[in-house]
Design a protein around this ligand. Structure first.
Ligand SMILES: Nc1ncnc2c1ncn2[C@@H]1O[C@H](COP(=O)(O)OP(=O)(O)OP(=O)(O)O)[C@@H](O)[C@H]1O
Length: 271
């Protein structure tokens, strides 16, 4: 037998694709006289955490809302590299299509739990609601999947039938997180998810996010004005100021050797 014949069959190497999962180009949004976004370009690659940092009013939340298809920009193009919508500019979708895409592919955690939760419904019901939007109707299945998502979010499961209004800020964020990941989204958007929490609670919520990212390789976009949070979580960083991206790069590089004067100011103010 020849050596060649004895060799086991090998899978061809996986193709390394340079295509980003999320690509936005030229996104602009004006509110009256305020140019919240001035033609922003963003790429996010599958499995990474992109941190977006900048002072209050720099356009971070507006950009995240555009990623969540809540915001109608004045200009720009937005694509997700997913089988159902490859090549489609998502800004052209109608309201129903946006809602379905959001339910299936995008999860979001807001700084303010009131924005993401029904505060007087049960925590499990809040998570189940998302599954219902995506078509799940079987009660037992809804409850099982809601419970799984809450457990994955380190929520104390004995309290799953309590409404968020009766829970601490940290627990409320965990309910939002469970709701966001219940359908295993392609993209998880986090808008100041730990701002306003006690430092110790903040660290625990960040630990949960890091574990989820490690275990599930969820692609995340994390907005924060807190450089410490971005530094803990992000692989790449984008620095925004006055509706523009002033610097972008690998987190370690940006923090160790900031190029733009504004980033230098942010980094040195933090140290
Ligand atoms: N719905 C709105 N109506 C009017 N102006 C808005 C609206 N949303 C945002 N803006 C303005 O757009 C600019 C960017 O706001 P945005 O919330 O995106 O910034 P941010 O960087 O997320 O700041 P913050 O951390 O304070 O939320 C600000 O000047 C803000 O006042």
């Amino acid at each position: 037998m020849s050596l060649t014949m004895a060799m086991p069959q090998r899978e061809p190497p996986a193709l390394v694709t340079a295509a980003p999962l999320l690509a936005m180009t030229g996104v602009a949004r004006r509110y009256g006289d305020v140019e919240a976004l001035k033609g922003v370009d963003v790429s996010v690659y599958a499995g990474e955490v992109l941190g977006i940092v900048g002072e209050s009013g720099s356009g971070k939340s507006t950009l995240l809302r555009a990623m969540n298809l809540e915001e109608e920009p004045d200009a720009g193009r937005y694509t997700l590299d997913i089988p159902t919508h490859r090549g489609t500019d998502l800004f052209t979708l109608d309201r129903y299509e946006r809602r379905m895409l959001r339910a299936r592919e995008i999860g979001i955690v807001y700084q303010n739990p009131h924005a993401g939760l029904r505060m007087r419904h049960s925590s499990s019901g809040n998570v189940a609601e998302r599954l219902v939007i995506a078509g799940e109707r079987r009660f037992g299945e809804l409850r099982r999947r809601a419970k799984d998502a809450l457990i994955a979010s380190d929520f104390p499961i004995a309290r799953m039938d309590r409404p968020p209004v009766e829970l601490s800020g940290g627990m409320q964020q965990r309910v939002q997180l469970a709701k966001a990941i219940a359908l295993e989204p392609t993209l998880l958007l986090l808008d100041e998810p730990t701002t306003g929490l006690d430092v110790s609670v903040q660290a625990l919520v960040l630990d949960t996010l890091k574990r989820l990212q490690r275990e599930r390789r969820i692609t995340m976009v994390l907005v924060s004005h807190d450089l410490g949070v971005i530094r803990t979580m992000a692989d790449r960083v984008m620095v925004m100021r006055h509706g523009e991206v002033v610097e972008a790069g690998l987190a370690d590089q940006v923090f160790q050797d900031p190029q733009h004067a504004y980033t230098q100011q942010l980094v040195h103010a933090k140290l």
